[in-house]
Design a protein. Structure first.
Lengths: 243, 243
DNA sequence: TAGTGGTCTAGACCACGCA
DNA sequence: GCGTGGTCTAGACCACTAA
C-alpha cells in the first residue's frame, strides 16, 4: 500500500532553496539576496515562482524587500515565534510552552444557552447547547479552566459521557465534522471565581487571563463558544502586531 | 502646483469592481461569485490580475474560495473589525472605541535602562534611554498608563521638556525618524501598582491589562520599549486568530 | 542610466468537486 | 467529464533607487 504522495509546489521548493542559500552563505541581517533574475536562472524556475517563494518568506518576516534596491535578510534571520493571532488548540499551546498536556474532565452537559450564546452562535429559539468543562494541566500544574459550548444539533446521537481526545478540536473534527478555521478572541483580565475554586482547587483572587472566543468555520458559520481561563504564571501571551 | 498622482493598480481597481458587483447584486453569505474566466472578460483584465484582486478580498475575509467549486461571499459580507494584531497608536485605539483621546504628561527623563531594556533594545554598554510617562484619557476617564522608552541616541539635541503630539508614533516619526512597522506584544493581567496609584489616582488592586511591547522597524531594528497598562473597563481587547 | 522589484498579459497544464 | 480554482511559464513594461 502506498502512502499518498504529497506533491510539493515549485514555489515551496524554491522557498526552501532560498533558505538553504541563506544558511550556506551565512547571511546575516540586512545582507542582500541575489536579484530575482539570478534566482530564476539558478533554480530553473520562472520569475513568478521566485516571487511566490519570496512572498512566503516575506510573510514569515525572514526577508524584506525595498523596491529599486533589492531583497534583504531580516535580523535576526529566524522567524519570530507565533503569537495569539495564530489559532492553535490549547493542547498545542501547552506543548509549545514545553509542558506535558493533561486534561481533567469536570462535566459534559446539555444546557440552555445564555443570551450571549444565542446571539454569538446564532441559535434558533429553544435550541440547546452542549457544554464541556475541563481543567487543563501542564506537566501536572493547573494551566487553564476551559468551558466550551457547541449547538446540540452539531452532535449526532446522545450527549457523550466522556471524550477521549486530548484536544477539543480533534474531537469536534472527527465526531462532529466541525472544522474551525478562525476565531475572534476577546482578552479579559480576571480573577478566579467561586466555581473554579471549587472545581480546580484554585486560590481566591488569583489573576487569570480569560480568552473569550467564538470559533468559526471557513464559511464564517459560528461553531464554538468558549471561555478559557489561563494561568498567567505558566503562559506568556504574545501577539505579533503589524501596521 | 500639482498634487502627486496616485496611480491605482489594476488589481485594486478590479477589487473595487468586484465589491460593487456584490453590492449591486445584493449577494449574501455563501452566494457564488462569477468564475475567474468571466471576471477576466467582463473587466477586461488578465487572470493574474483577477486573482490578485480576489486574493486581496480573501485576505479581508470578504470572500472565500473552494478549489473545484468556486468563489463565495462570506457571511456577513462585511470585514470583521480589526483586533490587536493590527498595530495602531493608542490615540487611534481610543478614537476607534468612540472616545475623545487626551494625554496628561507625567514625566520625560533620561534614565539608565533596565537589564531587560538592554537586551530587548540591543543597547550598547553605558547607553541610556529616554522614558516618556503619560496618562492617557478617553473622554476624561483614565484609559491607560503608558511608559515608553527609546535609546537616547535616537533623539537629536537635548531631551525634550514636553511633547505636543497627541500620538507617540507621530512624535517619533517626525522628530526622530523612527518608523515602527510592527510590534511584539506580551499580554499580562495585572493590578495597579504603587506608582500608578500616586500618579494617576487609581484604585488599589484594580485589574489592568498590561501590553508589554517592543516596536521594530521594517529592518527588524528594535525602536521602542513600552509598557502600557490599560483599563479593561474602557477597552475590549480583541484578537483575530487564524489557522 | 543601469539595476532592482512591482505590475500585467497570454497561455498552458494540474488538482479538486460534482454530476 | 466538465467546470472550477491552483500553479507555472515566457515575456513585457513601469516605478523606484543609486551612481
Amino acid at each position: 500500500m502506498k502512502i499518498k504522495e504529497k506533491t510539493v509546489s515549485l514555489s515551496t521548493q524554491a522557498k526552501k532553496k532560498i533558505l538553504e542559500y541563506i544558511q550556506e552563505k551565512e547571511l546575516k541581517g540586512d545582507d542582500q539576496l541575489p536579484p530575482e533574475a539570478v534566482l530564476m536562472e539558478s533554480m530553473g524556475v520562472s520569475r513568478h515562482t521566485v516571487r511566490e517563494a519570496l512572498a512566503l518568506l516575506e510573510q514569515e518576516r525572514i526577508i524584506y524587500k525595498i523596491q529599486g534596491k533589492g531583497t534583504f535578510v531580516s535580523i535576526p534571520p529566524v522567524p519570530i515565534e507565533g503569537g495569539l493571532e495564530k489559532l492553535e488548540s490549547i493542547t498545542r499551546m501547552i506543548e509549545n510552552a514545553g509542558y506535558e498536556p493533561g486534561t481533567r474532565w469536570l462535566s459534559i452537559a446539555e444546557v440552555s444557552p445564555t443570551q450571549d450564546m444565542v446571539e454569538k452562535l446564532a441559535l434558533k429559539p429553544g435550541e440547546t447547547v452542549v457544554t464541556f468543562t475541563r481543567l487543563r494541566t501542564a506537566s501536572g500544574r493547573v494551566a487553564a479552566y476551559c468551558v466550551d459550548s457547541v449547538r446540540r444539533s452539531a452532535i449526532s446521537g446522545p450527549v457523550p459521557l466522556e471524550v477521549t481526545e486530548e484536544s477539543m478540536f480533534e474531537y469536534l473534527e472527527e465526531h462532529c465534522q466541525l472544522y474551525p478555521a478562525y476565531a475572534v478572541a476577546e482578552i479579559v483580565p480576571t480573577l478566579t471565581d467561586q466555581r473554579m475554586m471549587l472545581d480546580a482547587g484554585m486560590q481566591k483572587n488569583q489573576l487569570l487571563l480569560l480568552l473569550h472566543q467564538i470559533h468559526y468555520d471557513r464559511q464564517r458559520e459560528p461553531l464554538i463558544y468558549s471561555m478559557d481561563y489561563f494561568n498567567p504564571e505558566l503562559f506568556k501571551f504574545r501577539v505579533n502586531r503589524m501596521k
